[in-house]
Ligand binder design. Structure first.
Ligand SMILES: Cc1cc2nc3c(=O)[nH]c(=O)nc-3n(C[C@H](O)[C@H](O)[C@H](O)COP(=O)(O)O)c2cc1C
Length: 355
């Protein structure tokens, strides 16, 4: 289960401290101009080692496209790409070889496979999300052809919550904050100084998505988006539009009424009956605090003995910050996939292709 998507399929490979990570993107249409500078710029936004708000692991995260692109244009064949790991410090993980870090995936990987690459968390490390960001950047290049835009920003860090969603501010912010950047930064630094970590929430918006993306019952657009976001490391909840707030509202407050110009409000977050309405799609993704913290914690080793977990190494104090770039990538992949799937939704679409 290392592939994502139905028509546009991203398969990823690699571990945190292996030689490289990479992916194969299959189903990408031929004839699309590929701007490799854009691919790299997107990877640079997620890349670690750039500030005191992220892990100090310094990776170049340079993407090398191996196939599927000829003279700057996609050929319709699988797009293969690789990102070499450069800054592994595997010794930092020697002391956790036989113990399970609280809150991390060590215990479940060991229970399932009976073996695990403990160095940097192996495959469960968010190092793999660089590949998703690259895949999402390819998807965005396709979406650009149709004017669809996807962007994210951090809407909360700990108890600090954004009061407005300023996506322009997020673009220029070191922590992609939509609002209250300084307060959010303080919250991260306070957690870090206490050798601890802090949770965060991220808002992703999709602009200009065509209406009718998604299936009515078992393959709803909201269900796919939620699954895509829940599939990101450390994500614990996803909301669409008003999300959990809707369960405390009256129908008269939550309904989106219409006039001759269309929807008057957008409590639904751009999705009704599992399909996009044409309004802005709004997703809120909640990230837990980073599990690897630098406080002594009680745990168990692989022999079942109770031990104290004391970590070394480099970790993000707040995973939602870089996670916001990954959320954008996943939304891009879902929308591009549904646009390709929708080609067979009705006779009109088929006639456009075959007549
Ligand atoms: C961008 C990003 C960076 C992350 N960095 C770290 C990290 O430095 N240390 C850590 O322990 N977990 C980090 N995580 C979270 C773990 O990968 C995740 O908690 C772990 O795989 C267990 O999975 P789960 O939390 O989804 O159950 C990061 C997650 C993301 C999305």
């Amino acid at each position: 289960m290392n592939s994502f998507g139905r028509k546009l399929i991203l398969t990823t490979f690699g571990e945190s401290h292996g030689v490289a990570i990479g992916g194969v993107l299959d189903g990408f249409p031929a004839g699309v101009g590929i701007d490799e500078e854009f691919l790299q710029a997107e990877l640079d936004r997620r890349k670690p080692g750039q500030s005191k708000f992220a892990t100090a692991r310094r990776e170049g995260d340079k993407i090398e496209v191996l196939s599927g692109v000829f003279e700057g244009v996609s050929t319709g064949t699988p797009i293969g790409f690789v990102i070499y790991n450069e800054n592994q410090k595997s010794k930092d993980y020697d002391n956790i070889k036989e113990l399970f870090r609280p809150g991390h995936a060590d215990y479940t990987y060991f229970k399932k496979y009976g073996i695990r690459d403990h160095r940097g968390g192996g495959r469960s490390s968010a190092r793999e999300t660089a590949v998703r960001v690259a895949g999402g950047a390819f998807a965005q290049i396709l979406l650009n052809e149709f004017g669809v835009q996807v962007e994210s920003g951090v809407s909360g860090v700990g108890l600090i919550k954004a009061e407005k969603f300023d996506f322009e501010a997020a673009k220029g912010s070191e922590i992609f904050a939509l609002d209250k950047e300084n307060l959010m930064m303080d919250e991260i630094l306070k957690a870090k100084q206490a050798h601890d970590s802090v949770g965060a929430s991220v808002v992703t918006r999709i602009l200009n998505a065509p209406s009718g993306l998604g299936e009515g019952l078992y393959d709803k657009l909201d269900a796919r988006l939620a699954a895509a976001m829940m599939g990101i490391n450390g994500v614990k909840a996803v909301e669409i539009g008003e999300g959990v707030k809707a369960s405390a509202m009256r129908g008269s407050e939550n309904n989106d009424c219409m006039n001759e110009a269309g929807l008057i409000s957008n409590h639904a977050g751009g999705i009704l009956g599992g399909m996009s309405s044409g309004a802005e799609i709004l997703i809120t993704t909640h990230f837990k605090p980073t599990p690897s913290i630098f406080l002594a914690q009680q745990t168990q080793d692989i022999h079942g003995k109770e031990v104290i977990c004391e970590l070394r190494g480099r970790h993000d104090p707040c995973i939602g910050i870089r996670g916001s770039v990954v959320a954008t990538a996943m939304a891009r992949l879902v929308i591009a996939d549904f646009m390709l799937l929708n080609l067979s939704a009705n006779l009109g679409n088929l006639k456009k292709i075959y007549r």
